[in-house]
Design a protein around this ligand. Structure first.
Ligand SMILES: Nc1ncnc2c1ncn2[C@@H]1O[C@H](COP(=O)(O)OP(=O)(O)OP(=O)(O)O)[C@@H](O)[C@H]1O
Ligand SMILES: [Mg+2]
Length: 147
């Protein structure tokens, strides 16, 4: 077998501390392997959001709020990590996070996905986050889970 070396790396960010650590590890791996890095954030569609807030806000303001939040997550991530010498793109997807991440990674021939063990969901959870858990089960390439 050839020695394994990633050419394309995907990192998943929700803006949480853990996802920033994952992104930082992904950037370092991209640098040392001269790989392309995709920094991806996924926003759940409005239906899911309605369930959390209880009532649907006006579609227009919801759309803007989600788009703004998504952009802020990417900016926060890019600002937090060392991307010196790294070829990278930021990517915004809409849908169920784990399946969107898996299909984006597959469509872009990613050799590695780097994800936080936990995310922005709950501060003190004991188990691995549901996005990370699902992704590990459905991904078709290696997944690095960063605690
Ligand atoms: N919407 C998202 N877009 C991109 N990456 C995400 C998203 N949500 C989570 N992630 C990635 O998954 C990692 C683990 O987060 P996850 O959502 O699984 O845990 P959690 O937020 O603690 O729990 P839960 O969401 O199940 O309440 C994050 O560190 C981040 O890398
Ligand atoms: Mg979460």
């Amino acid at each position: 077998m050839h020695p394994w070396s990633p050419d394309v790396i995907v990192t998943a960010t929700d803006g949480s501390e853990q996802s920033l650590r994952a992104a930082n590890a992904a950037a370092a791996l991209a640098r040392t392997n001269d790989a392309q890095l995709f920094i991806v954030t996924v926003v759940r569609p409005p239906e899911g959001w309605w369930g959390i807030v209880g009532a649907p806000p006006p579609a227009e303001s919801l759309g803007n709020a989600l788009a703004d939040a998504q952009r802020a997550v990417l900016e926060k991530t890019v600002d937090a990590i060392d991307l010196t010498g790294v070829r990278y793109d930021t990517v915004e997807e809409v849908g169920e996070p784990a399946s969107q991440l898996a299909s984006f990674a597959q469509a872009n021939d990613a050799d590695l996905v780097v994800i936080g063990q936990r995310g922005a969901g709950l501060v003190e959870r004991i188990v691995v986050g549901s996005v990370a858990d699902r992704l590990v089960h459905i991904a078709t390439m290696p997944v690095l889970v960063v605690p």
